[in-house]
Design a protein around this ligand. Structure first.
Ligand code: SAM
Length: 282
C-alpha cells in the first residue's frame, strides 16, 4: 500500500497508509495533497505536513473556537485567518450570537479543493451568508483592515512557507490593532513538546502587546508530539478566569453539539506541564 510520510521533525516521522490519492498539485503557494487513509479517513497535507484529518479534526476546531467564544460571552464579529478547509468556520457559525465571520485565506485553491474532497469539514460554511471571504495574506489584512473583531483565530500552517508570516511581531501587532476592546486572539502554536521554542518565541512577541498572554492545549492524535499548544492573548484578563458555572451556562445556551469540548476541559486546558510553564516564563 502507498504511504504518506510526514517529516515535520528532524529524525522523527509519522507514516499514513494511503488507500487512494484524491488530489495532488503545487498551488501558487504550497503543495496540496488530499488522500484517503487507512486509519484517519481523508487527510489533507500542505508541503508534506499533515493539516487535518476527517477522524480527529473536531478536537482542534472545537478548542480553537468554543474556548475564546464562550470565555468572552458577547462575540459578534470573528476573524478566521488561514483555515482553508473550512472546519473553523463551521464551528464558529454554530454560535447564533455571531453576526459575521471574516475568513482570510492566502490560497484560494485550498478552499476549492477542500470543499470538494473534505465536504464535512466546511459543511456548507463557505456559503453561509454570515461569512465574508477574503483571499489575502493574513499579516497584510490585520495591518490594513478598517474592521474590528471580538475574536481572532489564527488557524495557520506551521511557521514554514506562507505560514511563517503568521508568527511575526507584525502579525501579532496587527491582530492587537484590529481586536475590539476586550477582544481575544487565539492561534495554533504547534506541539508543546516538539516545538517548545516556537511557543517561547510567540510568548515573547505577545507579552509586550497584550495584558494577558497564556497557552492552552489539547491532544490531537495526528499533530504528533503530545499536546498541541494554542496561544491566547487579550487585554481583558477576566476572560481567562470565566467561572465553570458561567461556562456551563453559556455552553448550554449556545446549544453546541461538541465531541471534545466541555466546560471542564475548557478550564483544564490552561493547566500546562511544568516544563512548558518554565520555558514560557523564561
Ligand atoms: N490545522 C492546521 C494546523 O494546525 O497546522 C492548519 C490548517 S489550515 C489548512 C492552514 C491554512 O493556513 C491553509 O489553508 C493555508 O493556505 C493558510 N495560510 C498559510 N499561510 C497563510 C497566510 N500568510 N495568510 C493566510 N492564510 C495562510
Amino acid at each position: 500500500m502507498l504511504e504518506h510520510k510526514e517529516n515535520l521533525f528532524e529524525g522523527w516521522s509519522q507514516v499514513f497508509s494511503v488507500k487512494e490519492v484524491l488530489f495532488k498539485k503545487k498551488t501558487e503557494h504550497q503543495e496540496l495533497v488530499i488522500f484517503d487513509s487507512a486509519t484517519f479517513g481523508r487527510v489533507m497535507a500542505l508541503d508534506g505536513v499533515i493539516q487535518t484529518t476527517e477522524k480527529d479534526e473536531f478536537v482542534y476546531h472545537e478548542m480553537l473556537t468554543h474556548v475564546p467564544i464562550l470565555a468572552h460571552g458577547g462575540v459578534r464579529q470573528v476573524l478566521v485567518i488561514g483555515g482553508g478547509d473550512g472546519a473553523m468556520l463551521r464551528e464558529v457559525l454554530k454560535h447564533a450570537s455571531v453576526a459575521e465571520v471574516t475568513h482570510v485565506e492566502i490560497d484560494r485553491e485550498v478552499i476549492d479543493i477542500c470543499e470538494r474532497y473534505l465536504p464535512r469539514h466546511s459543511d456548507g460554511a463557505f456559503r453561509d451568508e454570515r461569512v465574508k471571504q477574503v483571499i489575502a495574506d493574513g499579516v497584510d489584512f490585520v495591518n490594513e483592515t478598517l474592521d474590528r473583531y471580538d475574536v481572532i483565530i489564527s488557524d495557520s500552517t506551521d511557521p514554514i512557507g506562507p505560514g511563517e508570516a503568521l508568527y511575526t511581531r507584525s502579525f501579532y501587532a496587527g491582530c492587537h490593532r484590529c481586536l475590539r476592546e476586550k477582544g481575544i486572539l487565539v492561534t495554533q502554536n504547534g506541539s508543546a513538546f516538539m516545538q517548545t521554542d516556537e511557543i517561547v518565541t510567540t510568548a515573547k512577541r505577545l507579552k509586550p502587546l497584550f495584558e494577558d498572554c497564556a497557552f492552552y492545549g489539547a491532544a490531537v492524535p495526528t499533530y504528533v508530539g503530545g499536546i498541541m499548544a494554542f496561544a491566547w492573548a487579550s487585554d481583558e484578563p477576566s476572560h481567562r478566569a470565566t467561572s465553570l458555572a458561567v461556562l456551563k451556562e453559556r455552553y448550554t445556551q449556545a446549544e453546541l453539539a461538541t465531541r471534545y469540548y466541555t466546560p471542564e476541559i475548557h478550564q483544564a486546558a490552561f493547566a500546562l506541564p511544568r516544563f512548558l510553564v518554565e520555558a514560557i516564563e523564561g
